[in-house]
Write a protein that binds this ligand. Structure first.
Ligand code: TRP
Length: 340
């Protein structure tokens, strides 16, 4: 039996190079050895974008197009849409009874997000509870491994707490604990060098960017502001071009010698940017072409069949959960079967 693995992305824009090295490449490998589910987390995206559901809706097929373009194979991976699985919402409702407000307040990721969003006293309940909804996502599929970045560890911890509490309380083992599968690659910095590459900061190279746009972004990358003349010695640290070369150039010896030359002086930024541009163009061209070759009809079919499968798996878990709690009201009363 293959181990079950589940990940998700919030559909709030197209995916970029940070996603490629941080999660997409490993998903392409993991689908060969695991039973993989990838969830388009539109319900979770709405906890942030409730004022702009159009943006979330418009991003769903873009994200799925990115998945297919990088090599996620819908015959190996189940791709599904969170909002179309009612069992997830039902599980969330029951799990809410097992988590105290103070427990949620201690979640460091949520805490940081609340501060960053400047909610003040008006934290929306839906946002505050999204870790519980995430526990529903994880447990509904009997997930064993959750490939995520470090910021998601508190979510997995909470999910496991809910599992233990539920199983103990209702004397069952229908829910399974899961483990994080931490990504080896750290977050990719944005082209401005200021923060991580992000959709909202507009400092990322997207998988769907045109050749021209990629070039423009590479040539505008932050390097070393003190490196003015080619002959000046330059700094590697904080130099985005080198960060990207480290992430995307396979010739490690070549990078080492370029770094050496750059530090001594005599290597221009334009030479480096031209090299990086060539590498990224080569990497992204087949992805972009594959992306453009898929019709939205095909994408819809992929989402539909993945969602159908996910729905039946999650529904089965929901029935087990309700059985364990003894709340499958009509199912218990066979006299009512003529009702349906
Ligand atoms: N919180 C995740 C993110 O922001 C997305 C997500 C939602 C998720 N549900 C999940 C990830 C379940 C793993 C498992 O990236």
């Amino acid at each position: 039996m293959k181990k079950v693995i589940l990940t998700g992305d919030r559909p709030t824009g197209n995916l970029h190079l940070g996603h490629l090295v941080g999660s997409l490449q490993s998903r392409v490998e993991l689908q060969l050895s695991h039973e993989q589910y990838i969830m388009v987390a539109d319900v979770q995206a709405l906890t942030d974008y409730f004022g702009n559901p159009e943006k979330v809706m418009a991003s769903i097929l873009e994200v799925v197009a990115d998945y297919i373009a990088v090599g996620i194979d819908p015959t190996l991976t189940t791709i599904f849409i969170q909002s179309q699985i009612p069992a997830l919402t039902e599980l969330t409702t029951y799990y809410m009874n097992m988590v105290s407000i103070s427990r949620l307040e201690r979640n460091p990721t949520v805490k940081a997000e609340i501060a960053q969003k400047e909610f003040g006293e008006s934290v929306p309940t839906g946002f505050f509870c999204y870790p519980i909804s995430q526990a529903a996502d994880i447990t509904a599929f009997k997930t064993e491994l959750v490939p995520v970045g470090e910021d998601q560890l508190p979510m997995i911890e909470l999910s496991n707490e809910i599992v233990r509490k539920f199983n103990r309380l209702y004397n069952t083992n229908c829910l399974k604990e899961s483990k994080a599968h931490l990504s080896k690659v750290g977050r990719l910095v944005g082209i401005d060098g200021k923060a991580k590459a992000s959709k909202s900061l507009n400092n990322a190279i997207f998988l769907s960017d045109s050749a021209e746009l990629i070039k423009q972004k590479v040539y505008s990358m932050f390097t070393d502001p003190g490196h003015i003349n080619v002959s000046d010695p330059g700094k590697i640290e904080g130099n985005v071009v080198f960060t990207y070369l480290d992430a995307f150039c396979k010739e490690k010896d070549e990078i080492a010698s370029l770094k050496n030359q750059y530090t001594k002086g005599g290597l221009g930024d334009t030479t480096l940017k031209s090299l990086l541009n060539d590498i990224l163009q080569k990497l992204l061209r087949p992805i972009r072409e594959k992306r453009e070759s898929i019709s939205s009809q095909e994408l819809m079919e992929i989402c539909f069949s993945g969602t159908q499968k996910a729905r039946s798996v999650a529904q089965k878990t929901l029935v087990e959960v309700k059985d364990a709690m003894g709340i499958n009201f009509f199912d218990k009363k066979s006299c009512c079967s003529s009702f349906f």
